[in-house]
Design a protein around this ligand. Structure first.
Ligand SMILES: Nc1nc2c(ncn2[C@@H]2O[C@H](COP(=O)(O)OP(=O)(O)OP(=O)(O)O)[C@@H](O)[C@H]2O)c(=O)[nH]1
Ligand SMILES: [Zn+2]
Length: 307
């Protein structure tokens, strides 16, 4: 196959922002981005931030998405009992929690389940470790996840910005990362430290996206000067887990793994069945009760889905 090199050649770009059916692709490089407004053919809305797309330029700053390259991973967000695309080709997800305000275990575990199901490596960042009075409790709570094998990094974006950058930069190199966190955890402070001129980049993206209103509440991708990219998803994105089957759910709780297959009934749902290995492990304290409760809740939610 010969490569097309004419001026009308197809372009390859990365989707850096999505807002409704408006997409923005970057066809430049890390040093000099070049944004093209993109539309899909027909009414397709199956494009996600992080997608590598093949484009056909239709004007100086516009293009049509011809093809989406095969994705290595895909994360979904929840939208009223439906899963919608959140981000594609993510290799690493960072859940930002803090000493204050208090974080929700439920949301942390949902993110972890989404990662396990998608094949994305999950890390936790405990921010605001300068708030010493609340540190022991926060450490203990975050420790539940560290104990499961998820790396936990302690930082203080405000009190120790240099240390925060030094801790996080090596974790981002060459990765396609996404940061998620409940409001107030310090995710924006962290992104601003890691992405030089993030504010300017958002304004540029917002203008190029041209949605009519100058919103900054869209998922966007920043290319890092040292290689790698960061996706920031404003607001807390609840993960869409409705597409997970029961079999996928039980495997998405990593601490269940040693016990799967040990139940009396091969089709055990680990809810109330006799001689269930999972329930036995919960009883013995080998599986945390709150994790099993979330598993039961997710099973219930997936059964509510009507399609
Ligand atoms: N004590 C302390 N405060 C911090 C630290 N990092 C951020 N904060 C503060 O926490 C508050 C929330 O920080 P943001 O960066 O806006 O948090 P966010 O998670 O992006 O929150 P939203 O913008 O609501 O999504 C701000 O008042 C920050 O100044 C830290 O390391 N220590
Ligand atoms: Zn069981």
């Amino acid at each position: 196959m010969s490569k097309v090199t004419s001026k009308t050649a197809e372009l390859t770009g990365t989707i850096v922002a999505a807002h409704g059916r408006h997409y923005l692709a970057d066809v430049g490089d890390a040093q000099s981005p070049e944004f093209l407004q993109c539309v899909t053919r027909g009414k397709k809305t199956n494009v996600a931030v992080g997608d590598i797309v093949h484009l056909k330029r239709t004007s100086n700053d516009q293009a049509v998405i011809e093809k989406i390259a095969e994705r290595s991973t895909l994360l979904y967000r929840s939208d009223q009992y439906k899963s919608k695309l959140l981000a594609a080709n993510i290799t690493r997800l960072f859940i930002v929690v803090a000493t204050e305000p208090s974080f929700a275990d439920d949301l942390v575990s949902r993110a972890l389940v989404a990662c396990e199901a998608a094949g994305v490596e999950a890390h936790l960042i405990l921010n605001k470790v300068d708030v010493e009075a609340l540190l022991p409790r926060a450490r203990e709570r975050a420790g539940l996840y560290a104990g499961l094998g998820y790396p936990l990094h302690e930082v203080s974006a405000k009190a120790d910005p240099e240390g925060t950058v030094a801790t996080l930069t090596p974790l981002l190199l060459g990765q396609s990362s996404i940061f998620i966190g409940q409001s107030g955890m310090g995710k924006s402070s962290m992104i601003n430290l890691l992405v030089p001129d993030a504010d300017i980049a958002v304004r540029e993206i917002s203008e190029a996206l041209d949605t009519g209103k100058h919103t900054t509440t869209f998922t966007r991708l920043y290319k890092l000067p040292g290689g790698g990219q960061i996706i920031d998803s404003p607001g807390f994105q609840e993960f869409g887990l409705y597409h997970l089957t029961e079999g996928m759910l039980e495997r998405a709780f990593i601490e269940f793994k040693p016990f799967l297959g040990g139940c009396k009934y091969y089709n055990c749902r680990h809810l109330a069945e006799p001689q269930c290995a999972i329930l036995g492990a919960v009883e013995e304290g080998k599986i945390a009760k709150i994790r099993h409760e979330l598993y039961a809740q997710l099973l219930h939610e997936s059964a509510q889905t009507l399609y």
